[in-house]
Design a protein around this ligand. Structure first.
Ligand SMILES: [Zn+2]
Length: 217
């Protein structure tokens, strides 16, 4: 499965470099995640990454910042989920700073069904500036069940293991989506194109809905 997906990614995205940020010392247990659905209608918490004076995130090819791209994408994902009958809350709906460790706190307090942090990527210093791939990161089996569904909906996209502050929950399924590389000219164009971004948002929303559906079966 992995190899054909990689080929598909290479053909669609051009120059690629598989993600290196995988924590091999931390293995998924392989056990079926224990998901407790608490809300009806479902409640999804979206987290547009970064924001505020000091939290721009990476800078895109056209000079605009990741914080703006993340918020635009989150608003589109919110609209798509609401069309699917899902309640949505967000950690921010403007260009404001939200402390990293505060982001998931309310989602846990109100027992949201899942927490989805939305980001755009940039290559590590010294890496190929034309790097471009999509990935959804999770920390445990609970998060992986959601990451896998979003990755399928976003294909070509990898579901990867990573230790992020916003993905460590063992209570609600938590993932971080790197929707595209803002540093890549095509990735930047797509992120700020309302039509393309709307399609990506629909894919992310359909992955979340498929995950929710699978929990109910
Ligand atoms: Zn980011």
């Amino acid at each position: 499965m992995f190899f054909p997906v990689l080929i598909a990614m290479m053909s669609l995205f051009g120059t690629n470099e598989p993600p290196q940020r995988v924590y091999s010392r931390l293995e998924y247990s392989g056990e079926k995640p224990h998901v407790i659905l608490k809300t009806m209608p479902p409640l999804v918490y979206l987290d547009p990454g970064h924001g505020g004076e000091k939290g721009h995130g990476c800078q895109g090819y056209d000079g605009r910042f990741e914080s703006e791209a993340n918020l635009l994408l989150a608003l589109d994902v919110k609209a798509a989920l609401e069309r699917g009958g899902v309640q949505v809350l967000m950690t921010r709906d403007a260009d404001v700073d939200v402390p990293l460790y505060e982001r998931a706190r309310h989602a846990h307090a109100i027992k949201a069904d899942c927490f989805v942090s939305l980001h755009h990527n940039a290559p590590a210093p010294g890496k190929d500036v034309m790097t471009r791939y999509r990935a959804v990161y999770s920390w445990n089996d609970l998060g992986k069940s959601l990451a896998d569904q979003i990755a399928v909906a976003l294909e070509p996209c990898q579901s990867l293991h990573a230790n992020f502050a916003v993905t460590r929950s063992d209570e609600i399924a938590s993932v971080l989506v790197e929707a595209d590389f803002l540093t890549h000219p095509d990735g930047c164009r797509d992120a700020f194109d309302p039509v393309v971004r709307g399609q990506i948002a629909n894919q992310i929303a359909s992955g979340i809905l498929a995950w929710r559906q699978a929990q109910e079966e």
